[in-house]
Design a protein around this ligand. Structure first.
Ligand code: GMT
Length: 373
């Protein structure tokens, strides 16, 4: 198949999933064209069957807001025609799904299919907002196939937009042959003493992630044992998070590592992953931790219960229940054997349910069905 993938290029789950999917599809012989405003950060090396097209955006003094979405529509239409694409796969509804639909309208190409994958905040925060509700609903209705990254998100989509259209769940995935714990990761870090526990949080530091809660949980753990907290990512909650670190006098034990392209060595150095999100349609970060045998302590928001098995691969507590999350963290970190067993179970769950070898064929089948429809 000849597939156009439209996605965000930055650190964020939807861009990671889109890029990893494109790379996997290319390895299986499909021709994949990425369209974005910047090279997706996981598209870091040359690979056969993969092409990248940057959206050309004309700067003109009249434009207070350069019309990126129009340029994107134009680019998709040009590419689809030039390369005779079979389908456009839009990751994150806004604005990608709408743009893909408009490109098809311009081409008047009834054979070109549009598949939309809903990732989370495109429904739960942005799409459900009055300013985008109608256009998001329209884009979903006009797509030839719609997938969501969890049953929870599929249900929320149906409720939010009152649509009858089927929304197929296809979970996030990991290439388990490439993503596994790195040896001697802790030693390579250089500043993580062997006798201390390492807790980790990775996100884009947006309010939905509740990053200050991570510090509150860590503060309770730190009172009981030697521990360090690694914070990876950056965003609007960084200042608030730094304030929480200062308030608890934890400056020496909390390392702000900023946004990182390669998280594998960092996850491999951790004992526990914290994800106390307000909303989380799937939680790709949690899955990456599990692949590295790192159990997860999280909230029970959104699709997290579809990823984490309570008491088996980690623990969940209601959103904002810092005390419960801290108790679970302490319980695990004080018991080497349990921590190891949970890490093994976490990895097993990834291998058995979320490996790319299981999930990518689901996308391929979905494309084939959509092309036949
Ligand atoms: O909001 C984010 O965390 C980023 C966002 C994205 O689209 O870039 O992540 C969403 O998509 C990921 C990939 O499907 C999911 O694993 C995340 O759970 C989801 N985030 C939220 O729902 C908050």
């Amino acid at each position: 198949m000849k597939i156009g993938i439209v996605c965000y290029p930055t650190h964020g789950g939807s861009g990671v999933v889109a890029t990893e999917l494109g790379k996997e599809l290319a390895e299986r012989g499909h021709v994949v064209h990425f369209i974005s405003y910047q090279l997706p950060f996981r598209l870091d090396r040359f690979q056969p069957n993969v092409y990248y097209h940057e959206v050309d955006l004309l700067a003109y003094p009249l434009f207070k807001y350069p019309p990126y979405t129009l340029a994107l529509v134009n680019q998709i239409a040009d590419l689809a025609k030039r390369e005779s694409l079979d389908l456009i796969h839009a990751h994150y509804a806004i604005p990608h799904s709408f743009c893909a639909h408009m490109a098809r309208e311009i081409l008047e190409d009834r054979k070109l299919r549009v598949v939309t994958t809903l990732h989370g905040t495109d429904i739960t925060l942005v799409g459900s907002d009055k300013s985008f509700w109608r256009i998001t609903r329209f884009s979903i209705e006009k797509s030839d196939g719609v997938t969501a990254v969890s049953d929870n998100l599929a249900a929320e989509t149906r409720n939010t937009f009152g649509i009858e259209k089927p929304v197929k769940t296809i979970y996030n995935f990991i290439n388990t042959e490439r993503f596994y714990p790195q040896p001697a990761a802790r030693e390579k870090f250089g500043c993580l003493p062997a006798d201390c526990r390492v807790l980790l949080h990775i996100s884009n530091f947006r309010p939905v992630k509740r990053v200050p809660d991570v510090v509150e949980i860590f503060a309770r753990v730190r009172r009981e044992m030697r521990a360090k907290l690694l914070l990876v990512g950056d965003g609007v909650q960084r200042l608030e998070t730094q304030e929480a670190v200062e308030r608890h006098n934890l400056r020496d034990d909390v390392l702000f590592l900023g946004a990182q392209d390669n998280v594998l060595p960092i996850i491999s150095a951790a004992d526990l992953f914290l994800l106390p999100s307000e909303k989380e349609s799937f939680g790709l970060g949690a899955l990456e931790a599990m692949a590295c045998r790192v159990p997860v302590i999280s909230s029970d928001a959104g699709g997290l219960p579809e990823v984490i098995r309570q008491g088996e691969t980690g623990f969940m507590a209601p959103v904002g229940d810092i005390a419960a999350m801290a108790v679970h963290a302490l319980e695990l970190l004080s018991d080497d054997k349990r921590l190891r067993q949970m890490g093994e179970a976490a990895r097993r769950r990834v291998d058995e349910h979320f490996s790319s070898t299981l999930i990518v064929p689901q996308y391929e089948r979905f494309y084939e069905e959509t092309l036949k429809s």
